[in-house]
Design a protein around this ligand. Sequence first.
Ligand SMILES: [Zn+2]
Length: 491
Amino acid sequence: MYRRLIAPGALAASLLLAIPASAADFTPGASGIGDSYYPTYGNGGYDVAHYDLRLKYQPKTDLLVGTATITATATQDLSRFDLDFGLTASEVRVNGKKAAFARSGEQELEVTPAAGLPKGTPFTIVVKYAGKPTDVKLWGFTSPQRTPDGAVFANEPESAAWWFPSNDHPLDKATYDVSVTVPDGTQAISNGTLQSQTSKLGWTRFNWRSSHPQATYLTTLAVGKFDITKDTTSDGIPVINAYSKDLGANEGAAKASVERTTEVAEWLESVFGKYPFEALGGYVPNVPSGFALETQTRPFYSPKQFANGSNVSVVVHELAHQWYGDSVSVDGWKDIWINEGFAAYSQWLWSEKEGEGTAQELADYVYAQHPADDPFWKVKPGDPGAANQFDGAVYDRGAVAIQALRNAVGEKKFFKILKGWPAQHAYGNAKVSDFVSYAEKVSGKPLAALFDTWLYQPSKPAQPAARAAAAPAQPKSWKKIAATHQVHAEH
Ligand SMILES: [Zn+2]
């Protein structure tokens, strides 16, 4: 229903005005959500509430066949909207009626519904599709990875468009039902809780549910042959971990690390507050890549993270993201420090707890390790640019910035900030500037100059957060911490 107010007496004009908004008032949604680093990521004009993905994947051929049912609300009078998607759609329906659709560029699927969608109205999109995800190149790269027995969809900042149509940006979070059928003897791993698993005519269906808001890039799917372990935390949260059956020599170290998920999450709760989601876990598929990713409730780990033995530090990093990155997500990709600075710093806190080097020693080490003319100091963690989004400086200099904050506000206020922030913005989005304001509010201190020095100046700060004057020794935890992010995202 769309109606305008009519002034009494304006009867003649009202005949015209009382007509529902004409087609001319309805305009196409933008092809990007407005990210300053990635103008084509996400879309304008609507907000998704839920994705229901019903998929079938054949590991032998890499063929993915699916139906995505998306419930959304129009945020403008919408004549047309885009979905970010790389596979081939065969049919699109909006509110049950067939909609016209066309590809615009390699990653935009333009959908024109039979009738305009008035602002504020909920609507339902159904997309039927098929394709071989690892054949698809978007934005110049292929995101999913084949494994000897299947495939893995986990990447940042882009992953979703290779397996489901979406509004692909952290600003539009939604809940998910991911239902995947795979040949018997193969498993499908995704986020959240496993609602059910059924087998029929040689195929097994796995029904996964993520019931808290989740960003598209944090939505994951892995198909393959896995050893699965199941447990429940003392708070009743189900824990499901999965390990490729062909991890070879890395299997023991992978299990010795990821099986400590509950212990790590419990420790992180003492630092960051209550765990924000309904499930926990991790999975280690046999991928060729070396990075790990904080896929919501169930991080993805590369076997390479465990090549030198157990690595609880990477588990700490990815689980810390559940608070810093997944529950509180970036507003735009320029805010990446909100994610990576804090996930890196959580590894420093773990190191401190384990007696493998305090956070201060790690900050001293990072500061001393990079001379003033090192390009490391050219990267501004508060606004690194798309090309440097995952540069080591975002992690290391980003974590030094957090140590500088700790030194400026003192232990009590510092840990109050670390715990308060995830609650303040739970299940939402935030900017770096929001964190600066929040830290100022909690500490009662002006901090703009400190954050400007550590996050925004393209030079080595003269006044160190460091306390050691001479070249400090390498803390015991350093090698594992450094290995976490050097391979964090590759494409
Ligand atoms: Zn990270």
